[in-house]
Design a protein around this ligand. Structure first.
Ligand SMILES: Cc1ncc(COP(=O)(O)O)c(C=O)c1O
Length: 405
């Protein structure tokens, strides 16, 4: 990535290539310092993303915040076209928000529900989403149903079909849970929701930047994602996708002067595009950084990224399965770059600490993020080692050696 007159453009070396791991590692300062298996927490930013943030902040320091936003207007607007390319939608269907949770909430809380309505969701649903369901249930009397899993541990599409009736007003699913390698069958779910004409909200927080995401193939009406995880963007950035046919009829739960125009003391007019779900005040440096991160992922190619991640994760799971006292806890017919496990003689926290002492980053999923699933499986805490394309086979070997030491 180079910068020229404040504009960014992706250098040719990243175009039309399959993954060149060495080159991508050279683009990632953090690879010199840590063995990073915490990409499902927050990945390492590549240099172009870090440079975008730095240049933006330097400009804010030198000439002022509003003035910098004006000078970078084109780059800031780019997050919408880049987000649209990432998801195969139109730029007017994208809103920029401060994280995936808020993006998800803006869609969820803007849908009108009444007593007796039902929301169908996944067992692997993200904890904050479950809190929102419970809050709504307490306030309005909606019913929440966790659609059972099939024998592989993914959402059972037959069970979902059986649960559909007139009471169901939303189907909301986590594509990939925070605490496991499961990939839910989101396109099959979409075919069912579309046939039934029920709105479909997809939490793609862990899948964005991890694999191709196409809202037409998936058939979702709303999709939320975060910047800092597999997209390798800045923290405190996220996007919300809202399908045009839903946009036309939705009034966001919160409005400000960016989302609507106050045209008289008693009247406001909503804007028409998905920006009506945004705030006027935003993390502008992050917005620029996120657009660079999305372009970076698109240049590498989401199929290439997924294939490389899956290859590494398959190796890691196999090595773990062959390690004494270790049990891999990932479910699903399809498994992604999030690899989780427990040990029968060390706590997840102890393993994280052991790894940290050796410069290896992992995290612990302690159940709050995937409570329903963990309770069903009697899990309390698992080690989460989440790999990205810039990780290497030799890093996996080192990780296993430390684990078994
Ligand atoms: C499945 C899932 N959904 C939502 C979130 C929340 O994302 P954010 O922290 O960007 O709001 C996470 C974060 O770990 C997640 O794993």
């Amino acid at each position: 990535m180079c910068t020229k007159n404040g504009c960014h453009f992706v250098s040719d070396r990243l175009h039309n290539m399959t993954i060149n791991v060495e080159e991508l590692r050279n683009d990632t300062l953090g690879c010199n310092n840590v063995l990073h298996f915490n990409n499902a927490g927050s990945s390492l930013m590549p240099r172009p993303v870090a440079n975008a943030l730095k240049s933006f902040l330097e400009s804010e320091e030198k000439i002022g915040g509003y003035e910098t936003a004006a000078a970078y207007a084109e780059q800031l607007e780019r997050v919408y076209s880049s987000g649209a390319r990432l998801l195969n939608c139109s730029a007017s269907e994208i809103a920029f928000l401060e994280n995936a949770t808020r993006a998800w909430q803006m869609a969820f809380y803007s849908i009108p529900f009444s007593k007796g309505d039902r929301i169908l969701t996944s067992v692997a649903e993200y904890g904050s989403n479950v809190i929102a369901y419970r809050q709504l249930a307490n306030r309005t009397g909606v019913e929440i149903v966790h659609v059972p899993n099939d024998s592989t541990g993914q959402l059972d599409c037959n069970a979902l079909e059986d649960l559909i009736d007139d009471r169901v007003k939303l189907i909301a699913v986590s594509h990939i849970p925070t605490g496991g390698g499961l990939v839910n069958p989101v396109a099959a779910i979409g075919r069912i929701t579309n046939k039934a004409g029920i709105p479909y909200l997809l939490d793609a927080c862990q899948s964005a930047g991890h694999m191709p995401l196409d809202v037409e193939t998936i058939g979702c009406d709303f999709l939320s994602l975060t910047g800092r995880k597999y997209l390798r963007g800045p923290r405190a950035t996220g996007l919300l996708y809202v399908r045009q046919s839903r946009l036309n009829f939705m009034e966001p739960v919160f409005l400000d002067q960016h989302a609507a125009d106050l045209v008289s003391p008693t009247e406001y007019v909503l804007r028409e595009d998905a920006k009506k779900f945004e705030n006027w005040e935003q993390h502008f440096a992050g917005k620029y950084g996120l657009s660079v991160a999305i372009d970076y992922a698109l240049d590498i190619g989401l199929e290439n990224i997924r294939d490389r991640i899956y290859k590494l994760a398959t190796k890691l799971r196999a090595e773990l399965a062959g390690s004494p006292r270790i049990t891999v806890t990932d479910e699903g017919a399809e498994q992604c770059g999030i690899v989780t496990f427990i040990s029968d003689n060390q706590s997840a926290a102890a393993i994280k600490s052991l790894m940290s002492d050796q410069g290896i980053n992992v995290s612990v999923s302690d159940g709050s993020g995937t409570l329903v699933s963990f309770q069903q499986r009697e899990l309390t805490a698992v080690v989460r080692a989440s790999v990205h394309y810039f990780n290497t086979e030799s890093e996996i070997d080192r990780f296993i050696k430390v684990l078994n030491s």
